[in-house]
Design a protein. Sequence first.
Length: 198
Amino acid sequence: MTASPFASLLVTLAQATPAGAPGNPAGAGSAGANESLLLWGLLLFGLALALVVVEVFVPTGGIIGAVAAVCSIGAVICLFGYSQTAGLIGLAAVLISGPVAMLWGLKVAPNTPFVKFLSLREGQIADAGPAEGEADPDHPPVGATGEALSDLHPVGVCRIDGKRVDSLAVAGAIDKGAAVEVVGHSGVQARVKLASTA
């Protein structure tokens, strides 16, 4: 039977020589304080992993993820306070588990109820607006003519079919009062060019 990587990490951390213990003169302190650093390091690391899971299912714009990152940094600091070996193992665990957790979150997040609620469903796509090539009653039709009510450098306002329309000049600037022709649409703007005078 093989031990899990997490179990072997715990065994290695438990065997690490704490700072200030006999054989490790790197720091001073009581054995109880060092063991509490180990405990805090492991608890903060576990809390960081739990917060990453919560972030996937309850998106908060990265707030919970930032708290998880702070917990990870705190865990590594505590583990370095316990011993250099424990700190290096903790740092390696954070550097490996961070990207793995991120990839897992990207794989799982699209299937969570919250993201499904925010996603467009098939019925909503059909109601999004006219299909390609269909006329939109809110936009003047392609080929309609009108007059520039302001200078278009390249954006301005035109009167087309008796309506004020936000317009975008497709080729250069168009002066106020010039005749324009609709050649297409870009969002809510009519794309216009100078009307031919022939």
